[in-house]
Design a binder for this molecule. Sequence first.
Ligand SMILES: NC(=O)c1ccc[n+]([C@@H]2O[C@H](COP(=O)([O-])OP(=O)(O)OC[C@H]3O[C@@H](n4cnc5c(N)ncnc54)[C@H](OP(=O)(O)O)[C@@H]3O)[C@@H](O)[C@H]2O)c1
Length: 323
Amino acid sequence: MTTITKIPLGKNGPLVSKLGLGCMRMSSVWGGPVNDENESIATIQAALDSGINFLNTGDFYGAGHNELLVGKAIKGRRDDAFISVKFGAIFYNGQWLGLDLRPIAIKNFINYSLVRLGIDTIDLYQPCRLDNSVPLEDVIGTVADLIKEGKVRQLGVSEITADQLRKAHSVHPVSALEIGYSLADRQIENDLLPTAKELGIGVVAFANTAEGLLTGDMKAPLPAGNYHSHFSRFQGENLVKNLETVEVLKKMAKEKGYTPTQLAIAWVNAQGDHIMPLVSMSRRSRLPENTAAMEIVFSAEEMNILNTRFAQGAILGGTYLQR
Ligand SMILES: NC(=O)c1ccc[n+]([C@@H]2O[C@H](COP(=O)([O-])OP(=O)(O)OC[C@H]3O[C@@H](n4cnc5c(N)ncnc54)[C@H](OP(=O)(O)O)[C@@H]3O)[C@@H](O)[C@H]2O)c1
């Protein structure tokens, strides 16, 4: 069994596992089916048993359903878990309606989150996005007040720009940046990643498999009605070319005796001691494969092949991450 190492989350931050468990897909965010609840809870508990303490949820993942699941899974073992919660997204019947980042709303959100999770303090609390509807200072300032009150331990941010990150950090120290990052989506290397590193902010990197593209299981064309077909990356010639590029990953994975998903996670893991792959797993059977990815070491030559073949722009078309 792989030993999951611990890293400080941000400069002098609390120790968290170098691999995080994303719980989002255990609930219905966009109106799809709900995963088997017993299996979801068992997966969270098995992750904790295996040394993964970083659990990622959001109050809008299934309208509180996800927090209730996490709450059930950590009952009686609060100290084993580090709970990261996003807030601010307003969904209605599986539709994204926008953001509510007003201080009065945030104070309302956190009380409901604490009850659903069954805890007194959220370890990492973060606006899921920022927009101009409420001044950044007021959003961050409200979380800072919650930290003073003891309802929150650390401030996080998600999907923001380098300028916003700097500004947020000047209002209150930011411990973690949650952001999409993979071999297929490397644009944050231009400014956001260097800024996070300079400021000593931990990076919680999700979508390591780029919506399944890097699992090696996709075939062109996708079946009609497939959710991925909304994104230009998975359409027509783009998908054909992208799958050709993914063959490089598949070949290397075969040579090294791993799966393409494991290599995709390992590549993110290798990008820095302060970068944590955050991986969705809704069933226990995913854990052995994904935790073993944390042992993978790339030679300089292998890293060069991946970085060259998956250079920025090599993967054609976008997903929701380029919105
Ligand atoms: N801040 C944000 O805006 C934001 C946005 C999106 C996600 N997130 C967070 O980040 C987490 C991860 O993001 P994500 O779900 O988009 O990406 P992901 O971790 O790449 O997961 C995508 C899919 O990969 C599947 N998977 C996991 N291990 C696999 C394996 N070994 N082989 C094949 N498939 C595998 C998962 O399936 P199963 O679920 O069936 O196990 C999941 O459906 C989420 O749970 C959420 O907590 C944050």
